[in-house]
Write a protein that binds this ligand. Sequence first.
Ligand SMILES: Cc1cc2nc3c(=O)[nH]c(=O)nc-3n(C[C@H](O)[C@H](O)[C@H](O)COP(=O)(O)O)c2cc1C
Length: 398
Amino acid sequence: MYKLKEIADKVYYVGVNDRQKALFENMWPLPYGVSYNSYLIVDEKTVLIDTVDVCYSDIFLKKIADALDGRTLDYLVVNHMEPDHAGSIRLLRQQYPDVQIIGNKQTFGMLDGYHNITTGLYEVKEGDTLNIGRHQLSFYMAPMVHWPEVMVTYDSTDKLLFSADAFGTYGTLDGGVIDEEMNVDHFWEEMIRYYSNIVGKYGNPVQRALQKLSALEINTICSTHGPVWRKYAHKAIEIYDRLSRYEGEDGVVVIYGSMYGNTEQMAEAIASSLSANGVKNIVLHNVSKTPSSYVLKDVFKYKGVIIGSPTYSNSLFPEVEAILSKIEMREVKNRLYGYFGSFTWAGAAVKRLTAFGEKMKWETVGTPVEQKQGLKADKYEECWALGEAMANKLKIEN
Ligand SMILES: Cc1cc2nc3c(=O)[nH]c(=O)nc-3n(C[C@H](O)[C@H](O)[C@H](O)COP(=O)(O)O)c2cc1C
C-alpha cells in the first residue's frame, strides 16, 4: 500500500511524523512538530536503521512490512538508545523474533535496561563493517553526541550516513523527505534550536565526531529527525560545526525579566543604542514570555549576550535565574557579555549577574548598569553606553 520514499536504490524511508506532542522532552515547544526517522535497506540481507517513538509503532511496523514484501527482517541497527528512536524495539522483536540487533557494548547495556533484551545481539566496534549484498555498512562511535552509546552507520556503497541525532532538527516531513524536494527555509532556525536544546552541552564530542566523519565521502545524511540532507548536506555540517565550536554570529540577544517594566525600559534603551550603533541582528526576550527553548537558540546563535534582571528577594528574578542555569548547563563559551539590573532597597541582581559571567568565563563588555527604582536620565545614558560598547566590540570582532 505505501509508496515509500526511496532515498537510494532499495533504501526506504520508513519514519513517522508527530504533530501531537506539544513539548519535546516535555520541555521544548514543537510548533512544526517533529519526525522520528527510520530507514530500511532491502538488499540480500534486510537492515533497519533505528526505530521510532512507541506511540507510532503501529504505522511504523506496517510500513516496514510493506517494504519487506513478505521477507523477514535480518538486522536492526541501533545507533541511539533514546526512547524517541529505540521505543519500538521490543515490538519490532516480537514481530521479527530472529532479527539480530546491531549495536555496541554500551547499547546492549541500555537495551537490557529498557527492553529486557539480551539475546540475538550482534556487537560492533569502531570501524567494523558488515556486507549485506550490494551495500556495505561500517560503524563509527560518536560517544556523547549526545548519549554515550551513540554511533553512526555509513553505507559506503551509496555514500549515505545514518547519523543518529546529529544534523537533526525539529519539524515534521510534510510529504517530502529529501531536502531538494521541499522548501527547507524554516528548518535552519529549528536546527539551531534543536542543537541548543538537546545537544548543546556536548560541543567537544560533536567536534570529535565531525573530525572522524570528515574522512568519509558523504553524499546524503540520514538523520533521525527532520529532512534527509543531500543538496544541503554541507550546510547542515557547517551549522553543526559552528554551533559545536560555540561560534556566535554577528548580533546580540538581550534577555531580561521584568515585573513592572522598569528593567524592561533598560533593555529597550540598550537595544535602541545597539541599533543606533549599527547592530542589525538584535533580539529581545522577555523570559517570562519567551520559552527558554528559543532563548537558548539565540544564545547559541549570537556572539553578544546581554542579560538584565530585577532584584527579587535578595536574588535574581526567578525566571532569569532559571534561564541562567540552562545556559550554564550547556557550558556556552566565548560570548561577549553585558548585564544590568534594578532594585528598590538593596540591589542583588547585578552582583549575581557578575558572578554568572565570571563562572561562564565570558568577556564582559561595557559597564554594568544598576538602577534604583524608576529609570532616570543618568541610568538611561549608562544603558546607552552599554549598548554602544557592545556594538563597538562586535565591530572589532567581525
Ligand atoms: C516579590 C518582590 C521581591 C522583591 N525583592 C527585592 C529585594 O530583595 N531587594 C530590592 O531592592 N528590591 C526588591 N524588589 C523590588 C524590585 O527589585 C524593583 O521594584 C525592581 O525595579 C522591579 O523591576 P521591574 O519593574 O522590572 O519588575 C522586589 C519586588 C518584588 C515584587
